[in-house]
Design a protein around this ligand. Structure first.
Ligand code: NDP
Length: 334
């Protein structure tokens, strides 16, 4: 079977392309320019014609994905703006929503397409302003960031703009699917990961952190500088997430489901403690940190997802931290 993966050169997408190729699928990736595909093409050269790419320079254009979807059996949509420098929230929301709906329209012209997987985020699930102990599951929706963006528009925080773009895009995916269901050859599955960490195989530059995606940059700050700036909640290793995206395509029961792919809750101090066991160059957690006293404020109950997908999480905190540090050391970042 042939899988279309959008934004193939990204952190998560590169591992996802690899997971599908390793499972024997053929993959067509979309990228925004030929230059963005060079690294992928050389990394997957040994797969021969099982890996190919198409350039989709602007996914907001009408018919942008028409060529990309030809003869495709399933789609994993990961491309979305992840920049945190937008003035107008529309800079994130428009490409995110229009890209998603445009891709679904294109998929609807191809009877070969049987499953569309939209890579959403726990940003659409975990409410940001809630306090105290909270448990989220696949029925939860975060409305806080939409409210902030609607009230403050340009003055909204960058994270609110990004999270709102994910919420609007996921909602538009469900709306398109629900209102066209009767006439589609495919069904929709949505995967919602929390913080995604892990070693990188996508193209990054020579200089420190150049080309690294946002979540790994935050992890780098936490482990090397003790910067615990953003609230921790749950996390998953990118390699497990990639595997879950394969399962989201191959599992019939995933159709019509929202799926939280999370290995569990974490606090930054826990990752820092694991890091200081493998490297002297990391910043250990503060002396006040007592692993026996850790409390997790935000917890995801993803039993449904784990049952539907038969998910086995192969990477725990120690495995992930060990592998990212090895990766950063090899790149000369620490
Ligand atoms: P990356 O920044 O590594 O990848 C983003 C991808 O989207 C790149 O291929 C990028 O292409 C593409 N892209 C960005 N803007 C546009 C645009 N306007 N039009 C078309 N393509 C665009 O991010 P991640 O791998 O971390 O994230 C991938 C997906 O996973 C996103 O949908 C994100 O929301 C989701 N996610 C990530 C989490 C994380 O912790 N990392 C957590 C939860 C969800 P280019 O190189 O050309 O810019």
């Amino acid at each position: 079977a042939k899988i279309l993966i959008t934004g193939a050169n990204g952190f998560i997408a590169s591992w996802t392309v690899k997971a599908f190729l390793d499972a024997g699928f053929s993959v067509r990736g979309t990228v925004r320019s030929h230059a963005k595909a060079e690294h992928l093409a050389s990394m997957f050269r040994s797969c021969g014609d099982r890996f190919a790419y198409v350039v989709v320079p602007d996914m907001t254009k009408d018919g942008a994905f028409d060529e990309a979807v030809q003869g495709i059996d399933a789609i994993v949509h990961t491309a979305t703006p992840t920049v945190l420098t937008a003035e107008d929230p529309a800079e994130l929301i428009d490409p995110s929503v229009q890209g998603t709906v445009g891709l679904m329209r294109a998929a609807s012209t191809q009877p070969s397409v049987k499953r569309v997987v939209y890579l959403s985020s726990c940003a659409t699930i975990i409410a940001r302003n809630a306090e105290g102990h909270q448990v989220y599951d696949e029925t939860s929706w975060n409305n806080d960031d939409v409210r902030e963006v609607e009230e403050k528009v340009r003055g909204a925080s960058q994270l609110a703009k990004y999270r709102a773009s994910k919420i609007f895009a996921e909602k538009s995916a469900w709306e398109y699917y629900e209102s066209n269901k009767g006439k589609l050859s495919w069904d929709l599955a949505v995967v919602n990961p929390p913080w995604v960490f892990g070693p990188v195989i996508h193209q990054v530059g020579q200089s420190l952190l150049e080309g690294l995606n946002a979540s790994n940059k935050v992890l780098f700050g936490a482990l090397t500088q003790g910067a615990y700036s953003l609230p921790p909640h749950c996390w998953v290793d990118v390699r497990d997430l990639a595997q879950s995206l394969v399962l989201s395509v191959t599992t019939p029961a995933a159709g019509g489901q929202r799926l939280i792919v999370s290995a569990g809750p974490f606090v930054w101090e826990e990752l820092a403690a694991a890091a200081s066991e493998v490297s002297q160059k990391t910043r250990p957690p503060p002396p006040s940190y007592d692993p026996a006293q850790v409390t997790y404020n935000i917890v995801c109950n993803n039993t449904k997802t784990n049952n539907v997908l038969g998910m086995k999480y192969r990477y725990g905190i120690h495995d992930m931290v060990r592998d990212v540090i090895q990766d950063w050391e090899a790149r000369g970042w620490m």
